[in-house]
Design a protein around this ligand. Structure first.
Ligand code: DTR
Ligand code: CA
Ligand code: ZN
Ligand code: ZN
Length: 433
């Protein structure tokens, strides 16, 4: 960035300014349902690496009845115990071997409204099962850990599950449902299933079961500009089936298995037409190299979106929310622009955990730099540019330590597009004190 541009940018920032919205605190507003945090792909992949190591150290697989499966359960349980979940192992027998389900409850929420999310943790005997189904297991695990990091206080009670012996015919999930007393079954408001969410030649399929759950996933994908298709073959083929059979609303995501991607699908999603979504399905090559990072990232974020949305999560007690929903165009590779919220009537400084929810619609979001600018002009970097983040839109929640800033005054979201091509706009943003 040459100095002249930087000076010009400075002037332009003053010239363009921002749309001033004097947002009145939403007094007695209903608890805001905040946007889910971004699920770090690196964290999800670290879980996959651990599962790969476990398979490699245990005969090359993580199958029911084998040491690799129990080691997988112990790994996931250890992470959840450390994060404050209440965990329990449910044992069952299948094909002469002991099987294990792991159930993890997040303390709090309405015990009469239980939202569940799950994935089968077992592989087939022929391989490590990284896409099938380390991917779903890791995406659910990292979402659970994000719930803990956020200290989410959802309206509903959250329960996460990792199933055993799915490859033998959904044995573990069926055992769980069959042993769930009818009174407890009726409290399960929904079960979200994630079985193969990182296929190397991915499709983006949404289960067409419960319409509310389906819409929640489809809205997420619409928000990031990715088309989806209905998963038509899923009925009866994964762990949502036992839940659906007893009338519990179900939904889920899938990136494809042995079926070949059509040319129309390749047009829509990229990838290779005529090739299976996952050429290593149930094979020894289903290793950590058998994952499409973009699909794994998007689906992990979609899991978090669904948990936050359907759980009606709030990460803060009802407080004052200051929002500006006016669109502000962000010039391509140009001057920074701002959108302002006026905070008034508060006492003291802003909190150390000031929540900043942003909704920026922008193709190739790597172009975009975002800052929160305090009333005294102090800038807090929210998002850096990135030359390789080709995904669209920044719909995220940031937490800023603004405890040194007086709360009252004009707070600004500053956005700048620092690379040519791809444009967008600030759609809305809000501060939660
Ligand atoms: N049965 C799953 C893979 C699978 C195949 N089709 C679908 C549709 C929806 C979910 C999962 C699947 C397995 O092999 O684990
Ligand atoms: Ca992500
Ligand atoms: Zn399988
Ligand atoms: Zn599977």
């Amino acid at each position: 960035m040459n100095l002249f541009r930087r000076a010009a940018v400075g002037a332009a920032t003053l010239a363009i300014g921002g749309l001033l919205a004097t947002a009145t605190p939403s007094a007695a507003a209903p608890s805001p349902t905040l946007a889910a945090p971004d699920i770090p792909l690196a964290n999800v992949k670290a879980h996959l690496s651990q599962l790969q190591s476990i398979a490699s150290a245990n005969g090359g697989n993580r199958a029911h009845g084998r040491a690799g499966y129990k080691a997988s359960i112990d790994y996931v349980k250890g992470k959840l115990d450390a994060a404050g979940f209440t965990t329990r192992i449910q044992q069952f027998t299948s094909s002469g071997a002991t099987g294990y389900n792991l159930i993890a409850d997040w303390p709090g929420g309405d015990a009469d409204q239980v939202l569940m999310a799950g994935a089968h943790l077992d592989s087939v005997a022929s391989g490590a099962g990284i896409n099938d189904n380390g991917s779903g297991s890791a995406g659910v695990l990292e979402t659970a850990l994000a719930v803990s990091r956020a200290q989410l206080q959802p309206t509903k009670h959250l329960r996460f599950a990792w199933w055993g012996a799915e490859e033998l015919g959904m044995v573990g999930s069926r055992y769980y449902v069959n042993n769930l007393p009818a009174a407890d079954r009726s409290k399960v408001s929904g079960y979200l299933n994630f079985d193969m969410i990182g296929s190397p030649n991915p499709g983006y399929f949404v289960y067409d079961d419960d319409p509310t759950i389906e819409k929640t996933f489809k809205d997420y994908y619409t928000g990031i500009g990715v088309p989806t298709e209905i998963e038509t073959e899923g009925d009866g083929r994964s762990d949502h089936a036992p839940f659906k059979n007893v009338g519990i609303p179900v939904g889920g995501l899938f990136t494809g298995a042995e079926r070949a991607k059509s040319s129309a699908q390749a047009q829509k999603w990229g990838g290779t037409a005529g090739q299976a979504f996952d050429r290593c399905y149930h094979s020894s090559c289903d290793t950590t190299s058998n994952i499409n990072d973009t699909a794994l990232d998007r689906n992990s974020d979609a899991i978090a979106h669904a948990v936050w949305t359907l759980g009606a999560g709030t990460t803060v007690p009802p407080g004052d929310v200051y929002e500006n929903t006016a669109d502000v165009a962000i010039p391509d590779n140009g001057a920074a622009v701002t959108s302002t919220v006026n905070v008034a009537g508060r006492t003291g400084n802003a909190p150390a955990t000031l929540k900043v929810d942003v909704d920026v619609r922008h193709t190739w979001r790597g172009d975009v730099v975002l800052d929160l600018v305090a009333p005294d002009g102090t800038a807090y970097r929210l998002k850096n540019s990135s030359s390789n983040d080709s995904a669209d839109n920044v719909i995220a929640t940031y937490t800023v330590n603004a405890s040194s800033e007086p709360a009252n005054g004009a707070w600004k979201l500053r956005a700048q597009d620092v690379a040519s091509q791809d444009t967008g706009y600030i759609n809305s943003w809000k501060l939660t004190f």
